[in-house]
Design a protein around this ligand. Structure first.
Ligand code: DQA
Length: 145
């Protein structure tokens, strides 16, 4: 069974409590349950990592091709700051789908720039929990090509 790595970046462990008007009322656990349900239906397997640490995310991306067919990542605040995560994505040869719960282009100007976007296969932004589910579907399409 093909495996997809889901990466949740910094502060996403606080979902549910964190600015619910922007990010919704779902906890990360709720989101992970929905991702796992979809993966089961689509017969792929998922591993899920949440990390507040840039280096840990860089390591996970760098070692991913050994074990995974694709990555779905919400880099959270690192989207806008991390050259290291962008470079890690550019260094690997598996599809990477960037997802955001909120529409980053409708928010503060500093969120309009994703350093990762040009290195990722594509980006889904603004659909709440469905951004992750659409991201997983996009990853499945890419790995079944
Ligand atoms: C986010 C958007 C980022 O700007 C923010 O820093 C996050 C979450 C989103 O999912 O909408 O932490 O990636």
């Amino acid at each position: 069974m093909k495996k997809i790595l889901i990466i949740h970046g910094p502060n996403l462990g606080l979902l549910g409590l964190r600015e619910p008007d922007i990010y919704g009322k779902f906890s990360l656990e709720d989101i992970n349950k929905q991702i796992k349900k979809l993966a089961k239906e689509k017969k792929v397997s998922v591993d899920i990592l949440q990390s507040n640490h840039e280096g840990e995310i860089v390591d996970a991306i760098g070692s991913s091709p050994k074990k995974y067919a694709a990555i779905v990542i919400n880099p959270a605040a690192y989207t806008h700051t991390s050259v290291a995560i962008r470079d890690a994505v550019a260094a690997i040869d598996i599809p990477v789908v960037e997802v955001h719960l909120s529409n980053i282009y409708r928010r503060e100007e500093f969120r309009h720039k994703s350093l990762l976007a040009a290195a990722a296969t594509g980006q889904i932004s603004g659909f709440g929990v469905n951004s992750y589910l659409l991201g997983v579907l996009a990853a499945i399409e890419l790995i079944n090509k």
